[in-house]
Design a binder for this molecule. Sequence first.
Ligand SMILES: Cc1cc2nc3c(=O)[nH]c(=O)nc-3n(C[C@H](O)[C@H](O)[C@H](O)COP(=O)(O)O)c2cc1C
Length: 251
Amino acid sequence: MDKPKQPFADGTPNLIDDVFEAPARERVHAATPFTHAPRFLILYGSLRERSFSRFLAYEAARLLEAMGGEVRIYDAHGLPLPDDATADHPKVQELRTLSIWSEGHVWVSPERHGNLTGVMKSQIDWLPLSEGSVRPTQGRTLAVMQVSGGSQSFNTVNSLRVLGRWMRMITIPNQSSVPMAYKEFDEAGRMKPGPLYDRVVDVCEELMKFTLLTRERSNYLVDRYSERKERDPERLAAVAADIGFLKPTAR
Ligand SMILES: Cc1cc2nc3c(=O)[nH]c(=O)nc-3n(C[C@H](O)[C@H](O)[C@H](O)COP(=O)(O)O)c2cc1C
């Protein structure tokens, strides 16, 4: 079928990635295979000394390491509230560096007043969507988990999913919600065996699979037509002139 000659409402030339054309196909398939272990950053949303979300974060870390991953767990003690310090604060720099290093995240938040904690949200609020060409979260995989004091709820994992979408992450379908978390961990902080633990294993396994499938392609996945258009209006105008399309409308 012939392609429409001018598909864009504002006269912009065709710079969409046509996956059936060679240059885009090469970008999908030609990445050098990664040989390093998949890299995971785990964030949890509590500063309590005996914190069940931290215990769950460590369970996820053990599992991802057992599956061949390399894991870092961020400790939010000392992280200022968003905008209460400048971004060169060492705890902010530590968080951003870890996120840039990572290929996948796990976010584990307690439920507090029916939602994620401020400690959890502050960490995400310190991560910029993009800073120049650096995108600390975009294109990474994400698994979401919550612990609750009460009966099982999905409020917090649902909110974490919204945040994951906002940070342009690939949030995996499976998730873990641990009700009455005080019953699920022993004195040493290990999760007790049972269906809730098995679910955590399932989530980590799925996160590993999605990360292996997507990590070499994350730059390709996050590259958007509308951003290319904003980044490079002059090139677009030149291409438009070359091929006889209208110039993009001025904004
Ligand atoms: C102020 C406050 C609000 C809470 N709100 C909820 C809630 O809405 N639903 C719930 O199931 N548990 C709620 N909890 C219980 C916590 O989710 C529970 O204590 C959890 O283990 C805290 O996480 P942490 O152990 O990692 O600190 C609340 C606890 C506090 C202190």
